[in-house]
Design a protein around this ligand. Structure first.
Ligand code: HEC
Length: 158
């Protein structure tokens, strides 16, 4: 999850360009743009999980941030299937497997589980007790893995 400064500068530049563009350009999103959007949402998922993990393992002392990370995870995992509309499996560099649309009920079940476990994690963090939120964190991490195992193309780098 290397995020080069140049890449950030590029993204900020793109956003500025986009904001300056006429609103008519927003009409229909392309599969490429949807793919990029969901990959960014998933990157955010990974970043918040990694940040939370570092706190929970005691590598850093940012306990007061846990609730914010949990809320972000709750928002991101609220409706994962919406990030995978039919037709967003081509036309871009995606690791989404066809199985998402072929075994859609299984995919939705895993997505729902992640949403529910993110909710449970956010609630558990409120207790301030690592014995309570630790297992919820682990449960959500297992959901990420379960879905990637069946529905994301394998990659040496991840
Ligand atoms: C219901 C299925 C599902 C769940 C749950 C899920 N993911 Fe994903 N994730 C995917 C799929 C499919 C892709 C590939 C998307 C693509 O390339 O278009 C992906 C991609 C990713 C990526 C790579 C993004 C990139 O392109 O750089 C990361 C990081 C990631 N997920 C993290 C997580 C984390 C962390 C969680 C749990 C909090 C999670 N995901 C939960 C299905 C899921």
């Amino acid at each position: 999850m290397k995020f080069a400064v140049a890449k950030i500068a590029f993204i900020v530049g793109s956003v500025v360009t986009f904001l300056a563009a006429p609103f008519a350009l927003q009409a229909e999103s392309s599969p490429e743009d949807i793919i990029k959007y969901r990959q960014n949402m998933m990157k955010a998922n990974g970043a918040h999980m990694a940040a939370m993990g570092a706190v929970i393992q005691g590598k850093v002392d940012y306990k007061k941030d846990l609730a914010d990370h949990a809320r972000a995870l709750q928002a991101i995992n609220k409706n994962i299937p919406a990030l995978f509309p039919k037709g967003s499996d081509f036309g871009g560099e995606t690791k989404a497997l066809d199985a998402i649309w072929q075994k859609n009920a299984d995919f939705e079940k895993l997505a729902k589980q992640a949403g529910a476990d993110a909710d449970a994690l956010a609630k558990a963090v409120q207790t301030g007790d690592a014995k309570v939120y630790g297992p919820k964190f682990k449960a959500l991490a297992d959901d990420c893995k379960a879905c990637h195992k069946d529905f994301r193309k394998k990659d040496e780098a991840q």
